[in-house]
Write a protein that binds this ligand. Sequence first.
Ligand code: ADP
Length: 558
Amino acid sequence: MDRCCAIGTSSGSCSEIKPRRWVSASDSAKILIVDDSATDREFLSYLLGHSHFQVIEAADGAEAFDLAITEHPDLIISDVVLPKMNGYEFVRRLRAEHSVAGTPVIFYTAYFNELEAKNLARDCGVSLVLSKPTEPEKISRTISEVLTAAGTLKPNEDLGLSDHFDDRYHQLLTEKILEQTEALRMSEDRFRLLAENATDIIFRFRLKPRRMWEYVNPASQTILGHSPNEFYEDPELLLKIVHPESHERLLKYIGREPYRATHAHIRFIHRNGNPVWTGISINSVTDDSGNIVAFEGIARDITERIEMNEEIRRSRDELELRVQERTCELERVNKELREFTFIASHDLKEPLRKIHSFADQLKRNYAGCLEDEAVDYISRMQNAANRMKDLLEDLLLYSQVNVAQEHFTEVDLTNTVCEVAGDLSVTVEKSGGSVTVSELPFIEANETQMRQLFQNLIGNSLKYHGPEKPVVKVYSQGCANGSCTIVVEDNGIGFDEQYLEKIFLPFHRLHGRNSGYEGTGIGLAICRKIVERHNGRISAKSTPGQGSTFVITLPVKR
Ligand code: ADP
């Protein structure tokens, strides 16, 4: 290890400092130095060597205890934080061992441990606490005082430091220590300033050797309503102000197993009684043996965010409930409507059938008695009844589009449309026209409804033709962005595009019976319903006398 670094790295040469582990003088006091830092041991050893003390070194508490028993030192200078056995435990065992119980002990520890060390020192009868780094002269003076008090040295006995200590070395060490102290202080000031001004709570909690808050920044006052001092005074304050619902979780996150940064949402109760949600990131700090000795972390006030999320969740739940209620209501109304339509169409068809059959009987039984005009009236009456029956049946079909089972399968549209064309072959033959079906895509759809859709469109194209024979073409315009476009094109009478919207409404007809085209005006309304139920679109282009083009866009997958 580069010793220079451990003493001070910033400037100055340390080539003149010579290592010296043992200095023995049989008539001088024996001092045991206990420190896990080799550099610190070396420094003390060098210093005490110049004062003609016998020096023994130990790197941990256990080794120190063994050496104390065998060597019976006159004084022990020990660090507090030590491997294997900490300084506190070391001194406690020392005091319990009769042969060495009275040995004076000085704690020599990092200055940030000073407060803790002083408390421990008081508890276990340690003479004094020196914080690292301390000037060599003060160390010598303190040692002299402690040894004098213990009767090892006579009062005012000169340690010989001024005679033997190399002035240059003394000066060099002092400068280095001052320099290092200053650098450390500046660095600490910088970090302290950052922490003191942070809006999040920054904390460090020590578990061993005693539970205590090592640091809490002033943000604790704003976020939790408790000042840092309140935390320092009460190590269990956090557990006292945690919301009962978060208590278990907080314990879990500051549990016993070693772990790295863990994030948790913990709820506390502010001094004013309001709940405070915090997002806490906790790091556990472990010693060389892997035992957790402290926690450090940051806690951010996330109350606003959590409350907003809660509000959003509440609104969403409320909305979902409303949608559910509306859906239920809609389903109920739909069901009633379906039942009504079904019953109405059935019940209405019955009197129509009667009108038809009585009209037939009239014609048959009174054939000779009826004047031609009366027979004509009866025939018209029968036509009207038939038409009424057709209207009722179409109405029923229309109302059932939405009721059909959600039975979606992969449909080979080429096959389906070819079958539809086959079903219409009689009409095609009668008209002398033709229906051509090009390659169409496979899509996920309700096959029955696809059949119904193309039956209506091709049927219309065959029906609304002029003097020319109907030529109907069904082809695909390809698929893009998950949708495919299919066209049904004819060379028929066409229509005025300003009525485009109307032809898709139920019972709207542009070419009535007077123009010689039979129909109820429901077909295209059914087409639109089917296409929309498949999340698609239907539209048309046409010019009177120049045929029509119906364009359907359907998703390839549901
Ligand atoms: P229907 O054919 O029973 O009258 P539709 O709902 O199928 O009912 O059609 C509505 C109206 O749209 C028709 O009355 C007709 O005026 C017009 N129409 C539909 N298809 C065509 C077509 N291929 N060519 C010209 N007009 C059409």
